[in-house]
Design a protein around this ligand. Sequence first.
Ligand SMILES: [Zn+2]
Length: 202
Amino acid sequence: MFAINHAAAALLVKRRYPDVSLALILIAVQAMEVLWVVLNYVGIERTTTEPVVRYVGDIHLAYMPFSHSVATMLGTAALGWAIGALAGRPRLGAAVGLGVASHLLLDVVTHDRDIALAPLLDGPEYGTRLYSRLPLAAFLLELGFGVLCWRVYRGGRALLAVIAGFNLGNLSLFFAAVPGPEQWLSGRPILLTTIILARRSL
Ligand SMILES: [Zn+2]
């Protein structure tokens, strides 16, 4: 899922755990993506593109078994949970664990089959392929999920404008026929990771 809607998931966790800092939950929901950026920079994980990038389906998260596998994501979630519990802050641990786990769920629901079961394991990879097969449905799902999170959180109008605005800003990425800045990404996967990093720090 796109950065804005991973961030929106943090609102759901915050609603359930109002005593836990939203900043910490935001870090938890994005933690695996930040790791993905770092591992792409150092060349351990790999992203490729089609010769022409028209939409999100032309970008391939070719190898990312450390930042995005079921085992590493659930393991990180469990670790966060356990550290919180051992430190006498079980609610904080639960919020962090849920935040990390939400990233796995939201990516499996939208990604190509690029999420391995565990690193270094030759096995099936998971993902519904919604982005490449049904990009309109993926766009509506992302926007709808972001708005749903806002509603559950009972956020204000400014927050709704941010969530809707970022989703609409991604529009050209969901429709091959709509030109957008993604055309500059062809053959430049590291540019993509840089843009994603920048969006995460917004
Ligand atoms: Zn991700």
